[in-house]
Write a protein that binds this ligand. Structure first.
Ligand SMILES: [Zn+2]
Length: 363
């Protein structure tokens, strides 16, 4: 297997984090993916809702593997502009409202990007319902300053209800190990998929590989559910973030899943509210373990209760799809800035590339 240039992986993570793509507005992320994957794949298509698929031909065109990494990030939609020029937002994807105060955002209008700052219509200290400020902020309090003093002035900037808005944060590397960014969920997964496709660029795999950037995962796995009907895969691997920790602590579900200990081979996802989930077939787990062991990359196991990935939607597709996942341990998921270990991303790519090359299609 070729080796991955770690510095280039960091540059890719930075480039993919910088681009904005709230659920429903992923076009710029798809364009970026196309820049890198178009030269090394055989066919490209986009569907009407924005999913993008890159096909790499294999020896057997009748066996298809779908790789799925969601392109969207959590963000906001403009819901209203009041007569003082303040912009109201509603969430797109799951957020914690009370950490949003004082964040920089960018509103994407028909006339271009407009910068804004999340605050409130009155001074923040007046909104504190708890003297220690532990619960100061609700969605209904959120008002964005865009530098306007009236609805007319905000409208003149191009801001309208229905515009998407995203978090603005600079990406950084911490201690040479961790990558921080506003959208590591799931740009790290996209970079992992991209690096895997680069590793096998000069090889002919057994199956046809459909590397997919999916849309609207954060609002309920919408893109993957549509895409699986067209791709009709036999196998699928989702590459996404999982809830990770830094050191020896167990989380409230007694899981140990650490940044820097290798990509996670998914065993089981289940959301107890919606019953969406996926139990990864044992043979798929074994094939992914064998790939990691052959390449000498560390791995751990991923179980996500009360969460899910595109895998939940894909396994229903076609006539049932053998669906597994590579889960990258992340901290601060669904907050304003996430963390992922750079080596977990590159090791995930090596694991995935080996799995694709060794997949036995003589079923
Ligand atoms: Zn995700």
């Amino acid at each position: 297997m070729k080796t991955i240039d770690r510095e280039r992986a960091i540059r890719l993570l930075t480039e993919f984090n910088a681009v904005n793509g709230v659920s429903g507005d992923e076009g710029r992320v798809a364009d970026l993916l196309e820049k890198y994957l178009a030269p090394i794949t055989d066919e490209i298509s986009r569907d009407v809702i924005g999913n993008i698929v890159f096909v790499k031909n294999g020896r057997d065109p009748d066996v298809r593997v779908m790789l799925s990494a969601h392109m969207d990030e959590i963000g906001f939609m403009v819901s209203d502009i009041d007569d003082k020029g303040y912009v109201s937002l509603v969430p797109v994807g799951y957020h914690i409202a009370n950490i949003l105060v004082n964040q920089n955002i960018t509103i994407r209008t028909d006339r271009g990007d407009v910068p804004g700052v999340i605050g409130a219509g009155k001074p923040i200290h007046e909104l504190l319902t708890d003297p220690k400020g532990s619960k100061p902020f609700e969605w209904s309090d959120i008002r964005v300053d865009v530098g306007a003093k009236s609805a007319e002035e905000a409208s003149a900037l191009g801001v309208r209800p229905g515009d998407f808005a995203n978090m603005e944060k600079e990406s950084r590397v911490l201690n040479g190990k961790l990558f921080s960014g506003k959208a590591v969920d799931n740009r790290a997964g996209l970079v992992c998929m991209l690096l895997a496709m680069e590793l096998i660029a000069d090889e002919v795999p057994g199956a046809q590989i459909h590397a997919c950037g999916t849309v609207q995962e954060e609002i309920g796995l919408k893109g993957a559910e549509v895409l699986v009907r067209g791709v009709k895969p036999d196998y699928a691997i989702c590459i996404d973030g999982g809830i990770g920790s830094i050191s020896g602590e167990l989380d409230d579900k007694a899981r140990r899943f650490y940044l820097g200990k290798g990509p996670g081979i998914e065993l089981y996802d289940w959301c107890t509210d919606t019953c969406a989930g996926n139990i990864v077939p044992k043979q798929m787990v074994r094939a992914l373990e064998a790939a990691a062991e052959k390449e000498g990359v560390p791995y751990q196991y991923s179980i996500m209760i009360d969460g899910g990935t595109d895998a939940c939607a894909i396994m229903y597709g076609n006539h049932g799809v053998l669906t597994g996942g590579i889960s990258l341990p992340m901290k601060n998921l669904h907050t304003t800035i996430g963390l992922v270990d750079i080596d977990d991303v590159t090791n995930g790519a090596v694991l995935l590339a080996r799995y694709l090359l060794d997949l036995d299609v003589t079923r």
